[in-house]
Write a protein that binds this ligand. Structure first.
Ligand code: MEV
Length: 305
């Protein structure tokens, strides 16, 4: 018996870092998917068959978490994981693989797992390996679409939207999320008042962003992203490469642009008028970025066979 489940990657639209400290964020699932096939081999223990360079700690931890939570024993099973996107982009491959693995295993064991239970188990798994994280990537992998998300899934509200005019540029640099999150954590310890002021200001942008995403006022969303980027610069999480790509996108007519995720590398995003898309993409490539063609507001986890 083979069961395959797939889950989408994500992009943070606004609110990164603030969301680690109890503030809201906006996230969209993207159509780059990660899939896990659970194969019943009937022999030996559990085997993890992963693409080269992929961290197996997440999927291994998911198995021990499920064994404890469901009081079952995994034996004679192989998890085959398949990359729909490079894990270097920062699209949330760890969260997507954990969610897909748990969804496939739940189906295998005949568990009717509710989305909230899937979220809690997946988030606990990611935290156990990584130590820190708000869980927004787990929520995007499960629920899909575009979400207003507060730390640890305290609030997860779908934002109805369509035709998000998003351009994604990869810097070519893999960001180390945990290191950047820890650095921001040090600043939070040293200057809590200043940091909370910044996070309060980002929250106002996120709230307004949510309204404008619902209304489809993309020009306004772009402007809000620009201001969000200013605060991210203040936090010290931008980089020369990110700034070069952002500047290029804006120079070519983007309504707004910012880094997406932890910063220091990975991807930037831009909100772009339709007629300027080509110019913006060319400008990103011209300064050494790689345009990643992806569709936002993608479907959440699903069992495929
Ligand atoms: C990293 O992609 C986004 C952060 O906000 C961390 C998190 O929310 O887990 C920096």
């Amino acid at each position: 018996m083979n069961i395959t489940a797939s889950a989408p990657g994500k992009l943070l639209l606004m609110g990164e870092h603030a969301v680690v400290y109890g503030y809201p964020s906006l996230v969209t699932a993207i159509d780059q998917r990660f899939s896990v096939t659970l194969e019943e081999t009937g022999v030996g223990e559990v085997v993890f068959d992963v693409p080269e360079g992929m961290d197996t700690r997440f999927i291994a931890k998911a198995v021990t978490m499920m064994e404890t939570a469901w009081r079952v024993r995994f034996k004679g099973l192989t998890f085959h994981t398949k990359n729909g996107f490079s894990h270097t982009y920062g699209f949330g491959s760890s969260a997507a693989v954990v969610v897909a693995a748990i969804a496939a295993a739940a189906f295998y064991f005949g568990k009717n797992i509710a989305p909230k239970e899937l979220f809690d188990l997946s988030y606990k798994t990611v935290l156990a390996v990584q130590g820190k994280g708000s869980g927004f990537d787990v929520a995007a992998a499960i629920f899909g679409g575009t979400l207003y998300f507060v730390t640890a899934g305290k609030i997860i509200t779908p934002l109805p939207t369509k035709d998000m005019p998003l351009v994604v540029g990869y810097t070519g640099v893999k960001a180390d999320t945990v290191t950047v999150v820890n650095e921001v954590g040090e600043k939070m310890k040293a200057q809590p008042e200043r940091m909370n002021k910044i996070f309060d200001a980002i929250t106002k942008l996120v709230e307004e962003g949510a309204t404008n995403i619902r209304n489809g006022d993309w020009e306004r969303v772009g402007r809000l992203m620009d201001v969000n980027q200013e605060y991210l610069r203040d936090l010290g999480v931008s980089s020369e490469r990110l700034e070069a790509l952002i500047l290029a996108a804006k120079g070519a007519g983007a309504w707004g642009a910012k880094l997406s995720g932890a910063g220091r590398g990975d991807c930037m995003i831009a909100i772009v008028p339709k007629e300027k898309r080509k110019n913006v993409e060319e400008a990103i490539v011209k300064v050494g970025g790689q345009v990643i063609h992806t569709t936002p507001h993608a479907m959440g986890v699903r069992v495929e066979s």
